[in-house]
Design a protein around this ligand. Structure first.
Ligand SMILES: NC(=O)c1ccc[n+]([C@@H]2O[C@H](COP(=O)([O-])OP(=O)(O)OC[C@H]3O[C@@H](n4cnc5c(N)ncnc54)[C@H](OP(=O)(O)O)[C@@H]3O)[C@@H](O)[C@H]2O)c1
Length: 363
């Protein structure tokens, strides 16, 4: 069964009355009414997707299999509320949970379709790791088939390169690019995308793919109020001129922009070490987020995600619980004013430290 994204989930899919424990009394969690889909190459996607890095990752995100039922509810709630873009990767899942994010997504899609008895327009955007042993286009095609097997799908929405090898193994780069071409030509993916590609590499791969008739749909980059450097702005402007959609990953700064962490309240594991470096200088930004959120009766997470949307990107916040999913859905259906955007960006500039960039991010 091929799943694709050609038409929108219509208003008939939305029924807040059937959404469990939905709070009408709080304007912070309003029912989400579908906003128009945006184009991503040949696909139509919701203006926000959900990220699934945590689904299977014990090391960084504390995943346990006991979370699966709730993650399935997250998935169902997202679809019922018009979200049709889900980001994953073939490297997501640690240890025995290797590939778990794709496996869970596949299972959730099947069970959702069975329950509803109809096909939904779901866009899975998965990423293929540039492992050093993937040295030929054929190995990327094999990787793509393995992802399809894990999800039990016939076709992937967007097949993305997880990172470029230009910084450390430039000879491998052509295998990656030809791998994307081969996947597309074999009909295994509806469109292709990149991730962690900087402006220069982005232009190069765009031209390479264009010559071969393969549309580059998306460029995924770390983009948030804590990650809005010159590279991000340049990538955005290149993408705008070439008709490529920017997917904003880690839009909540791994959770720092939600307001729930502080130097005295850090998450466990490696995130705590990172947050310890950044949070002490973040008061001006967190105060502005809080102030705008209070005035608008939104939450800080909703404001941080809405900022990404206002900058013309498609954010993919990572979501681990039904409460987070409901809250993040409330980032849609409204827009920050230009004054609010300026205030947030000014406050972000005051932060002495930003997010660490992905080690594979190229120029
Ligand atoms: N291409 C790449 O190299 C790359 C890299 C990173 C991420 N990504 C993609 O981007 C997605 C999103 O990025 P991310 O997961 O790194 O970070 P993020 O979206 O900035 O933060 C997500 C985390 O924040 C917390 N959170 C989310 N919503 C919340 C809410 N409403 N209230 C309170 N806490 C909330 C959750 O963690 P806690 O509850 O544990 O705090 C959640 O896992 C990933 O899932 C992945 O699909 C791609």
């Amino acid at each position: 069964m091929a799943l694709s994204a050609c038409s929108s989930l219509g208003p008939s899919n939305i029924n807040p009355l059937t959404t469990p424990s939905f709070s009408f009394s709080s304007l912070k969690f309003p029912p989400f009414w579908p906003t128009q889909k945006v184009k991503m190459g040949p696909l139509s996607v919701s203006p926000m997707g959900f990220g699934t890095w945590a689904w299977g990752n014990q090391l960084l995100w504390g995943y346990q299999q006991s979370m699966d039922d709730e993650l399935q509810q997250v998935f169902n709630l997202a679809l019922e509320n018009g979200i049709n873009l889900f980001d994953t990767a073939d490297s997501y899942g640690t240890g025995k949970f290797n590939g778990q994010s794709e496996k869970l997504l596949g299972r959730f899609i099947r069970e959702f379709q069975e329950q509803k008895g109809s096909q939904q327009n779901i866009v899975i955007a998965t990423k293929f790791a540039a492992y050093p042993w993937r040295l030929t286009p054929g190995q990327f095609v094999k990787a793509c088939r393995a992802s399809l097997d894990r999800m039990q799908l016939e076709q992937i929405g967007i097949g993305q390169l997880h990172w470029s090898t230009a910084n450390y193994a430039p000879f491998q780069e052509s295998a990656l690019w030809d791998g994307l071409v081969a996947m597309y030509e074999k009909g295994l993916v509806q469109g292709v995308g990149v991730s962690n590609y900087g402006p220069k590499q982005l232009l190069k791969i765009h031209d390479y793919l264009k010559e071969r008739g393969v549309p580059l749909c998306s460029a995924q980059v770390q983009f948030s109020l804590l990650s809005m450097g010159e590279d991000q702005l340049e990538i955005k402007s290149i993408c705008d001129s070439l008709g490529i959609r920017v997917i904003a990953y880690s839009p909540l700064g791994l959770g720092m922009l939600t307001g729930k962490y502080s130097p005295s309240k850090l998450p466990s594991g490696p995130r705590g070490l990172l947050f310890k470096q950044i949070l002490p200088g973040l008061d001006p930004l967190l105060s502005s987020l809080r102030d705008i959120a209070n005035k608008r009766r939104k939450t800080m997470s909703q404001v941080a995600i809405n900022w990404c949307i206002c900058k013309g990107t498609v954010p993919i916040p990572g979501v681990k619980s039904i409460t987070q999913a409901k809250e993040n859905l409330g980032a849609l259906g409204w827009r920050l004013s230009s004054d609010e955007l300026l205030r947030l960006e000014g406050a972000a500039q005051e932060s002495p430290r930003r997010m660490i960039q992905n080690i594979f991010q190229t120029r």
